[in-house]
Design a protein around this ligand. Structure first.
Ligand code: PMP
Length: 434
C-alpha cells in the first residue's frame, strides 16, 4: 500500500531548480496537504500513472477538462490528425466555426463567441467587453469565486488564493482592486446594497453559478434568478463564468440546469478537451463591440488553435451525441461516491458536509452547512490534508486542497466508486482516532 516515490521526489528537486516551487501552477505543489506530489507520466481513462509506476484513480481530471477520461481515443486521433497538418497558422480555419457552432447550440444565450487560450483570458476579456459595452467601471464578484488570475479578479478569490490564505495578490495596484466589489455569495442583500451605493456605475456581475473554487458551493434557490433580475433592472451585465460548470453539470452548463439566460458566458476546460482553450461569448450586440467590428480590443496569436479546436470538437461532439446517457450516469456515480463517503465518515464519527451538483463535489471537514466562503473556510484543513494523504496512499488522487471541487469522468465505473469508498473507510478509521 505504501508507495515508492523516489523518482517523483528527484523530479521535484530537479524542477525546483528551474521553476518557482517546481510548478507552473501553485496548487500542484501539494503545499496545503503535505507529502510529495507525484510526477505524472501518463493517463488512461480514470487512471494516472506516476514516474515510480504507481497508479491512481483520478478525481481531479486536470481540474475539470477530462470529463471523458484521459487519452480519450477520438480526441487523441483528432489531435494527431490536426498536428499532421501543422500546429498553428495564425489564419482562420474551418474548425473554429465548427466548434463555435457546437458551443452555441449547447448554450442558447451565446449568439457569438470568441476563442482564447485559457479561462483567465476568457474572463479578463469578458470583463473588458462588459466595461466597454456599458461604459461603466465597477465589477461585482463573489468571495471564494476564482475567475483566473487577471489583476481585477484576484480580489478575495478562491482556488490557490484561498488555499494559501492570500487575501489579494501582491502586484495588483489598489487603484485596480478598487473597482472590484467582492461580496459574500448567496447573499442578495449585499448585492442590492452594492447597486444602491453605485447607481449606474456597475458594469457587470461575474459569478461561478455553482462555485467550484472554494470547494463545491451551490446557489441558494432563486439566487441566480435574482442576480438576473437585479442586473437587468440596473443595466449591468450578468456574466456566468462557466469555465468549470460548462459541459460539466449539464451539457448546457449551469444556465441550462437553472434556466437562466446570462448576457455573457465564459468557458474553458472541457471545450478544449485538455488542450489550452477558453472562450467568451454572449449577446450579439455585445460581442459585436469587439475588434475588428467595434472598439474593444482583444487578440491572440494562438486563439482558436487547430489542435485545441480538434480536441474540443471531439470532446464536445461526443458529449453532444451521448448526452442522454452520459449526464445521468455521471449523476448516478457521483451521487454514489459522494454519499458513500459521507456515510463512511458518519460511521467513523468524522464530521463532514458533502456538497454536490452533478459530477462536481466536495467533502468539507466541517459541521455547519457550507453556503459561502466563510462557512467553507471554517473547515478543518489539517483533517482534510490527512484524508487527502490517506487516500493518495491508497491510490485515490483527490484535488490537493479543501477549497477545490472533485470531478468524476465517464471512465469511472461502479467498481471504481466501490474501491474509493473502501479506501475512505480505512482512512476515516485512521483519522477518527488521530
Ligand atoms: N474561471 C473558473 C471558474 C475556473 O475554475 C478557472 C480555473 N480553475 C478559471 C476561470 C481560470 O482558467 P485557467 O486556469 O484556464 O486560466
Amino acid at each position: 500500500m505504501l508507495r515508492q516515490l523516489a523518482r517523483s521526489r528527484a523530479l521535484q528537486q530537479r524542477a525546483e531548480k528551474f521553476l518557482p516551487g517546481g510548478v507552473d501552477s501553485p496548487v500542484r505543489a501539494f503545499r496545503a496537504v503535505g507529502g510529495d506530489p507525484p510526477f505524472v507520466v501518463r493517463g488512461e481513462g480514470a487512471y494516472l500513472e506516476d514516474a515510480d509506476g504507481n497508479r491512481y484513480l483520478d478525481y481531479f481530471g486536470s481540474w475539470g477538462p477530462m470529463i471523458l477520461g484521459h487519452a480519450f481515443p477520438a480526441a487523441v486521433e483528432a489531435v494527431r490528425e490536426a498536428a499532421a497538418h501543422s500546429a498553428s497558422f495564425g489564419a482562420s480555419t474551418p474548425a473554429e466555426a465548427d466548434l463555435a457552432e457546437l458551443v452555441i447550440e449547447a448554450f442558447p444565450s451565446i449568439e457569438k463567441l470568441r476563442f482564447v487560450s485559457s479561462g483567465t483570458e476568457a474572463t479578463m476579456s469578458a470583463i473588458r467587453l462588459a466595461r466597454g459595452f456599458t461604459g461603466r467601471k465597477y465589477v461585482i464578484k463573489f468571495e471564494g469565486c476564482y475567475h483566473g488570475h487577471a489583476d481585477g479578479l484576484l480580489v478575495k478569490a478562491g482556488s490557490g488564493v484561498a488555499t494559501f490564505g492570500i487575501p489579494g495578490s501582491a502586484g495588483v495596484p489598489e487603484e485596480i482592486a478598487h473597482f472590484t466589489l467582492a461580496l459574500p455569495f448567496n447573499d442578495l442583500s449585499a448585492v442590492e446594497a452594492a447597486f444602491a451605493a453605485h447607481p449606474g456605475e456597475i458594469a457587470c456581475i461575474i459569478v461561478e453559478p455553482v462555485i467550484g473554487n472554494a470547494g463545491c458551493i451551490p446557489p441558494a434557490a432563486g439566487y441566480l434568478q435574482a442576480l438576473r433580475e437585479i442586473t437587468s433592472r440596473d443595466g449591468a451585465l450578468l456574466i456566468f463564468d462557466e469555465v468549470m460548470t460548462g459541459f460539466r453539470i449539464a451539457f448546457g452548463g449551469a444556465q441550462q440546469l437553472y434556466g437562466i439566460r446570462p448576457d455573457m458566458t465564459t468557458l474553458g476546460k472541457i471545450i478544449g478537451g485538455g488542450l489550452p482553450c477558453g472562450a467568451f461569448g454572449g449577446r450579439a450586440d455585445i460581442m459585436n463591440q469587439l475588434a475588428p467590428l467595434g472598439p474593444v480590443y482583444q487578440a491572440g496569436t494562438l486563439s482558436g488553435n487547430p489542435l485545441a479546436m480538434a480536441a474540443g470538437i471531439a470532446t464536445v461532439g461526443h458529449l453532444r451525441e451521448n448526452q442522454k446517457q452520459i449526464y445521468p450516469q455521471l449523476e448516478e456515480r457521483s451521487a454514489a461516491v459522494a454519499e458513500g463517503i459521507a456515510a463512511e465518515a458518519a460511521k467513523a464519527g468524522v464530521s463532514i458536509v458533502t456538497n454536490r451538483i452533478g459530477s462536481m463535489f466536495t467533502w468539507f471537514f466541517t459541521q455547519a452547512p457550507v453556503t459561502d466562503f466563510t462557512t467553507a473556510a471554517a473547515s478543518d484543513t489539517q483533517r482534510f490534508a490527512a484524508f487527502h494523504r490517506g487516500m493518495l496512499d491508497r491510490g485515490i488522487w483527490l484535488p490537493p486542497s479543501q477549497f477545490e471541487a472533485a470531478f468524476l469522468s465517464t471512465a469511472h465505473t461502479a467498481g471504481h466508486v466501490q474501491e474509493t469508498i473502501r479506501a475512505a473507510q480505512e482512512v476515516f478509521g485512521v483519522i477518527a482516532t488521530a
